[in-house]
Design a protein around this ligand. Sequence first.
Ligand code: HEC
Ligand code: HEC
Length: 442
Amino acid sequence: MTRLRQTSGGRRIVLIAGLVSACLLIAEAQSGEGTSGGDTTVFDAGATAFGRALANLDPLRWNEFRADKERFVRKWPQRGPVADAAACVDCHFLDGRGPKPGQVPSGLSHLLRLGRPTGGGDPIYGIQLRRTGHGVPAQGQFAVGWEETSGRYASGERYSLRRPFVQVSELAYGPFDPETRMSLRVPLAVFGLGLLEAVPEPQILEWADRGEADGEVVSGKPQRVYDPVAGRLSLGRFGWKAGQPSLEAQSAAALFHDIGVTSPLQPSAFPSAVANGVETSPEVDRAEVVALAQYLRALAVPARRGTADPAVRLGERLFADIGCGDCHRQRLTTGHVPDWPALSHQAIQPYTDLLLHDMGEQLADGLVDARASGQEWRTTPLWGLGLLELISPDAGLLHDGRARSPEEAILWHGGEAAKARARFVVLRSGERDALLAFLRSL
Ligand code: HEC
Ligand code: HEC
């Protein structure tokens, strides 16, 4: 009896402790500070944080979620004639930004995009150098090397930066066209994208091309790309240059360019020299692409951590004060999404305006992608930034993975972001630490 009573007393304490921490989370959630994804937010700060279903997803859809996830994880048998990988998870391990750690010898999962200053890809190799061939030779290989430079903050501390250089080898069809430029890209994490897809266009355009005459105002440029689902030009939202208008279009493009699988949305043949007469009618039907897009829509945003920490709060204020938030916009609201009550009318905190910005020569790749020039990039959403180190430790930040930390990423900001960078480098070291603590809390 006594033992039993003791046990239930112990349970009661555990229960009370559990209730207290649940109340704290709810209190944080109610203040809206930690719940970056609105009601979809999941409280997971571990390695699985990017792969969780929307917290408010109808339980009747959980089986569908699991079935759709299988397509993200599976090796596609239809791949070819050339590809970079066999499965989405080869580059988005744990729904993040790279392969399973240690899987790639260089420690980085890069793609090599090809393009020209006037738009379009290389006339022979297309828009991406694929490193495996199925029944035809691989298009080529490449290796990444690094160049280090260093600098000094106004307060005296030194920092060091690295930038990549690419060496291409074993090109199967001779050298690139003289006009062709190379652009190294690391993958982007894939959570929270259903919410970004659901932000109504007018809300994004409201921040576009404001005050061009007034040099003080930072103004983004909307990307415009062909949407194969709608059959018309549409706002680009996904990818480093916002080159994809929807998750269906993005999934079809990933299947085709990364895995070599054609679908009704991406039936296009490879340039004839590469295709070598290989059959190009769609290998999978539209339903497969839709299922991938549904999987992406159902991925939740992880909650912030440590929002009550005074350093984090100071960092948050500095982030706004020095102009980071002019592009990395804290708040957006989703509209009505047919068939997706869980994604509809959510107040979210993605820290992006989904617009293109000129980031200066240092980050330029010289490639034109629809309306994006060689210097323009989409403002990267910062939600989940603090968990990237845990989930995708090898990836690096910025489009080519050059930044080993958020601090290095800021120091590369130029162009329209040059003023914000200049205000960052003159902060006192304690203020800089606070800003970085805030970024780690995202
Ligand atoms: C070979 C590596 C690779 C494979 C395989 C791959 N991806 Fe990606 N993914 C990338 C890279 C690199 C980017 C960024 C591309 C860019 O914008 O230049 C990206 C971007 C994305 C994005 C945009 C995310 C955002 O925040 O805008 C989505 C969504 C995505 N991939 C989904 C998929 C799906 C679905 C599959 C499987 C069908 C897949 N990817 C397979 C490398 C890969
Ligand atoms: C003019 C718009 C603009 C301003 C202002 C700006 N950023 Fe950015 N930021 C961007 C764009 C665009 C990128 C993507 C650049 C790239 O990948 O080459 C980016 C990338 C980043 C990244 C890397 C994200 C990742 O996941 O790779 C971090 C971190 C970041 N910004 C933080 C900041 C901070 C902190 C400030 C204020 C000091 C700031 N930014 C100011 C537009 C801006």
